[in-house]
Design a protein around this ligand. Structure first.
Ligand code: SF4
Ligand code: SF4
Length: 192
């Protein structure tokens, strides 16, 4: 009896375009990521993400752009920078995720999670005002608009317990210089 040989499917080739694009536009080399998972271990938002930040890095290396642009992660990330600070390879992960979010917006993609685009807008307004986030105001504004006060109470408490929810607003010392930087970044479409 003739033995059947298993059918071989096409080899999965990583698509390199997305990583190169991020490198060219933002100067971040995601190929330096070796999956130590420190970013994901410190991220306060993984409970609401479909892919933690370390997996986002891997997916970029593999060129899984469509999955990333359709993900919840890019909208749920609050750009707290914890991941970027923890990365031993000095990858600005928060910036990389923001670049995916900006790309999704440019392509007219809607957030996978309801109201996340609104949260994203309020976050940017919040930073623009003082040069720093004042999470209390941000969450209050968002909750008033969406009526999700009770739904988000758990998130607020988790952020507070992790030391990421300020009680009083703080501003950068040189607001004028910050506004000028912000204006230039806006002019350049958020690129470095
Ligand atoms: S910047 Fe985003 S991905 Fe990084 S730790 Fe903060 S919420 Fe998580
Ligand atoms: S901390 Fe840096 S090297 Fe480690 S998994 Fe995250 S991105 Fe990769």
């Amino acid at each position: 009896m003739k033995e059947e040989t298993p059918q071989e499917g096409p080899a999965l080739e990583p698509k390199r375009g997305l990583a190169e694009e991020i490198m060219a536009e933002h100067g971040e080399d995601v190929y330096r990521c070796y999956q130590c998972l420190k970013c994901s271990a410190g991220c306060p938002m993984t409970f609401a993400m479909d892919y933690p930040p370390s997996q986002v890095m891997r997916m970029i290396q593999l060129g899984q752009e469509e999955d990333l642009l359709a993900s919840k992660t890019i909208w749920v990330c609050v750009t707290c920078n914890t991941c970027s600070i923890r990365c031993p390879n000095d990858i600005d992960i928060a910036l990389v995720i923001d670049s995916l979010r900006q790309k999704a917006l440019r392509k007219g993609r809607h957030p996978a999670k309801e109201n996340v685009a609104l949260f994203h807008k309020y976050f940017l307004d919040n930073v623009k005002k003082r040069g720093r986030t004042f999470e209390g105001e941000l969450l209050a504004r968002y909750q008033l608009k969406t009526g999700q006060a009770f739904e988000n109470a758990g998130l607020g408490l988790r952020m507070f317990l992790k030391g990421r929810l300020g009680v009083l607003p703080e501003s950068v010392s040189n607001k004028k210089a910050f506004r000028e930087i912000y204006r230039r970044v806006e002019e350049r479409g958020g690129k470095k």
